[in-house]
Design a protein around this ligand. Structure first.
Ligand SMILES: Nc1ncnc2c1ncn2[C@@H]1O[C@H](COP(=O)(O)OP(=O)(O)OP(=O)(O)O)[C@@H](O)[C@H]1O
Ligand SMILES: [Mg+2]
Length: 271
């Protein structure tokens, strides 16, 4: 288990093009570490560097003060991880990483079953199913369970909530928060408001560099100045009026969404 993962003057390139310049700061265990930025700002690339897939970088990474060389020791869940399901059963899918670590089937089964449960899937129901028979939210849970079953000290999630409905997003956000007690959890997201109740930090990547924020502070900046970072329009309409107040209301994004939709429907009925 690591306590923190520090970036020391990390500069990341694609050939001669510098994408991330002189990144400094650290991610910690016990909180959600968000990475936010516009399309193309380098969020996925940063995760690929940390996972050891992209090697064109200068500077260093340290885990608990010791130089850390990225390799397969960190887990990266890509965007739409369920697109990478192979052609087996849920049992094969969730146990794959342990099989690769040379564990036997009898050893794997109890671990895999309890891990599925932890991710909100009932192994009694789905153990022999084909992953593509699961619902969208269940597929995402299975994919993330499969990525994390070998208990890596750091887990990287690239837009884990994208494409799920509001309820699915909220349930998954809670699972990620729960994971943060045992892993350093780094989450790239376009939906920062979903994770806002969590204690945590937010790394904002933008064309001129990067900046670390407290999530609420980032949100307030975005509410006050739409050019700072584009939040969904419905979120502006729901909490925009609180932008200048000292505390943003602890609104759950899915509840706001339902409220706004209901208001829109009532408005449409009146017309
Ligand atoms: N293999 C590559 N070779 C050269 N340039 C690349 C490569 N992969 C990505 N890039 C460039 O690096 C930039 C950042 O890409 P990256 O995928 O990290 O962005 P992102 O912040 O994850 O964007 P998104 O929000 O769309 O997922 C983009 O301009 C992209 O074109
Ligand atoms: Mg990306």
């Amino acid at each position: 288990m690591f306590e923190n993962l520090a970036l020391n003057s990390l500069t990341v390139r694609y050939g001669r093009h510098v994408l991330l310049n002189n990144l400094c700061g650290s991610f910690s265990r016990g909180q959600i570490n968000l990475v936010v930025g516009r399309a193309g700002s380098g969020k996925s690339t940063l995760l690929r560097v940390l996972a050891g897939f992209h090697k064109e970088y200068d500077g260093s990474i340290e885990a608990d003060g010791v130089t850390f060389v990225p390799s397969g020791n960190i887990s990266l869940a890509f965007q739409n991880p369920e697109a990478l399901f192979f052609n087996g059963t849920v049992e094969d899918e969730v146990g794959y990483a342990l099989k690769m670590r040379r564990m036997g089937r009898d050893e794997i089964e109890p671990i895999a079953r309890s891990w599925l449960q932890k991710w909100g899937l009932d192994p009694e129901k789905c153990w022999h199913s084909h992953p593509l028979e699961l619902s969208g939210g269940e597929k995402r849970r299975l994919a993330l369970a499969a990525c994390t079953i070998f208990m890596p000290p750091v887990v990287l999630f690239d837009e884990p909530l994208a494409g799920l409905d509001a309820k699915g997003q909220r349930a998954l956000a809670e699972l990620l928060a729960g994971m943060s007690s045992e892993h350093i959890v780094i989450v790239v997201t376009h939906e920062p408001e979903i994770l806002l109740e969590q204690r945590g930090t937010l790394l904002y990547l933008h064309s001129e560099g990067c900046r670390w924020f407290k999530p609420a502070e980032f949100l307030r900046n975005s509410l006050i100045d739409r050019n700072f970072f584009p939040l969904p329009e419905w979120y502006h309409s729901a909490v925009g009026q609180f932008a200048q107040s000292s505390d943003l209301p602890p609104i759950k994004a899915d509840e706001v969404f339902r409220y706004v939709k209901k208001r829109e429907r009532m408005h449409a009925d009146k017309l």
